[in-house]
Design a binder for this molecule. Sequence first.
Ligand SMILES: Cc1cc2nc3c(=O)[nH]c(=O)nc-3n(C[C@H](O)[C@H](O)[C@H](O)COP(=O)(O)O)c2cc1C
Length: 665
Amino acid sequence: MSNVKFDHLFAPLQVGPMRVPNRVCETTNTINSSMSQGMIDEFFIAHHIAKAKGGTGWIGSETWLLNMPFPPETPDEIGLSIGCAAHEALYMYPAFAEGMKKFVDEVHKEGSVAVVQLTQLNSVWAPSPVPVVGAQSYTPHVMGEAEIEFCFNVYAEAAKVAMATGADGIEIHCAHETVGYSFLSPVTNRRSDRWGGGPQERVLFVVEALKRVKGVIGDKLALGIRINGEEFRAGGYDNMQMREMLYAIAETGLLDFVDIDTGHCWGAASYVPSSYHPHAEFREIGKAAKADLAEMPKPPAVLFTGRINDPVLAEELLREGYCDLVGMVRAGIADPDFANKAKEGRLGEIRRCIACTRCIDEASESLYIPYTPMCSINPIVGNELRWQQQYKPAEKAKRVVVVGGGLAGCEAARIATMRGHKVTLIEQGKRLGGQLLLSSKAPGRDSFEDQIYFEENEMARLGVDVRLETAADVAAIKALSPDAVVIATGAAPRVPHDVSGLELPHVVQGWEVMKGKVQTGQRVAVVSQEDYFETPCIAEYLASKGKQVTIFHKNVHLGWEIARYSIAMMLARMEQCGIDVHPNLVLTKIEAKALEFVSALGKQTYRKEGFDSVVLVYGAVAQPALYDQLKADGSIAQLYLAGSAWLPRRMAEATRHGANIGLVI
Ligand SMILES: Cc1cc2nc3c(=O)[nH]c(=O)nc-3n(C[C@H](O)[C@H](O)[C@H](O)COP(=O)(O)O)c2cc1C
């Protein structure tokens, strides 16, 4: 039990007419938890209410995308479309408002407040003909006076709906990806009419939008904006200009709160900062805003967000005047109960977000159809309803043996033990963690070790019999007389079958490098057929050891499966480390002094020289041999194959698979 005091974190705060029960805020996160796209259904409610039940005081749930039509006299391109131009938007539908009302009622039952975020996306229309984010090549339609007026009316209409649902506050989204942001930024607002010019002119759109919403909600709901603390892009506003603009907006007296995040949806820095960013990296931006606004008669509350995953850090930020409210989105995705656990002194039980960005990657470019929200370490995300229905204490306490202490094995052991089974977990290595032990060694990935600590703590707390440095075979398992066995023996690096020269001494596997089992020479060729983070992490690890690294990659670009919120950070790191990347190449032959490739696109061949070592990163192959042997033996009543031992995928899949097995034993 911790004796850390949270005097600030759990103190209520009056924000305009809204009384927030504590300072823990789920700022808006469109994780798409609803199964009926964009509507508010029982899945949505279960996902976000889990956070309210877990002690989060401010529930921002998911954004409301507002309508932004094609020219009014023409029909929409494809009818009602989410994120595209459409006369209609979901908030206009009675079923949406009914769902939202039900949700808000549930939020209130938990003693929390519900804040609605209103978003006008800037991808289709914007103040000036400037592409909005680095990765977007098309130029938005330039808004005329009538369209600007239309936009204000839409904010007001949406505010009416929000008010009718019983929501407590409204946030106009004026950061990244929004029309409001595009008006504030000197990069995207080049207008010479009254809506453009210096900072004092560029705020006018936001001020007018606030006035229109205020005209609807009066003093019944709290009103605020979300704003990007600094653009970090060429020609963009810096923090001083942002402060000037924020001050000008706040001087109107229209703001009850300002919600500050930092960065873009594409690029480094991303406003959903990955593990490569320090915790609360831009905290000084919050502090400066708070100090500026404190001069006002009724200063708006400052909400600050950005990789805060720990209640102790949140308390510190509040205590030291960095903000009045703390945004903790992924902290609640990783562990919706983190606030209550902190309050009850159970800090060691908190599963801390490791900032792998799988949640936002999945929300922006899903791997799965139908889409499901994902978290690498919390198996329940997106499955809340199923877990509510299926999680039951075991009818009979069984003796369970789990072989393999990676994520799948640990989760199977954890959930089975929580349900009342007696579990022995056998791991051949010195420590739990499996592949996490490797990935957490890569530069900027040390936070991945937090999940290992979590599993270690949980095993100790729950009383799992963990046997490290222990080999398991059929006889050893049978000697434990188990009722159920889970084989989570993981995967091994894939060895390509169509490359000659693999037996040469300078050819090694990436995993062996990360384990520290092999050393490489100075000039390293990393040859990859892997499309997520493994290749860049291994390359960066080598670069951090002073090696000169070149990546030869099969796909059209490195990190093909990394989505737009994270890819730029990864590519930027490759650039900073001086790693040379060659896409579209398939290795065919290794010689002592040369490598031969064929183009992945055609028949052209290439010969590359000048490498002392070749490091292979070809993904992984399942290792189910022990499962097959036990199955053939036939004496185990319940036998399961879990995680990468069945199918090597990513962390989230291993976590879910293991946990789901724990649920059904
Ligand atoms: C899955 C996901 C979806 C998000 N969607 C939105 C959104 O619709 N609007 C928004 O302003 N921010 C959105 N965010 C950003 C969060 O509000 C928050 O600023 C960000 O996650 C950083 O906070 P954290 O480090 O506490 O997670 C999203 C974040 C995540 C993880």
